[in-house]
Design a protein. Structure first.
Length: 116
């Protein structure tokens, strides 16, 4: 049985929203605006928890590194999180048959460091 990454789950939800927009004639000619609308809808339907205050965080279904970084103090971005946690993300990736870490593939249950 393959596990779905948090990003894959978010992508599937976003794709479903975009499909519904098209089916109901609510999409726009501007693809990036459609993406923005879909992101807002997904965030509203599947909200993340509040700010992260601890030194570690356990990834939840639907999380992305970008979304996690947005819940951290200003100045921390997803690239920093990826670099800071490359080793643990690589271990999680290898446990699932991947060769190395990929910023776009994070798995629920993986605990990452969110402080320096």
């Amino acid at each position: 049985m393959t596990q779905t990454t948090s990003n894959e789950l978010r992508y599937a939800r976003k794709h479903a929203v975009l499909k519904a927009l098209r089916e109901h004639g609510l999409d726009t000619d501007d693809g990036s605006k459609n993406d923005d609308i879909a992101n807002v809808v997904v965030d509203a339907l599947f909200p993340s928890a509040g700010p992260i205050t601890g030194a570690e965080y356990t990834i939840q279904a639907g999380d992305t590194l970008r979304g996690i970084a947005a819940r951290l103090p200003a100045g921390i971005d997803w690239t920093w999180l990826f670099k800071r946690n490359r080793e643990v993300l690589t271990k999680a990736a290898k446990e699932r048959g991947f060769r190395e870490a990929d910023w776009n593939k994070i798995w629920p249950g993986t605990t990452i460091r969110v402080t320096a």
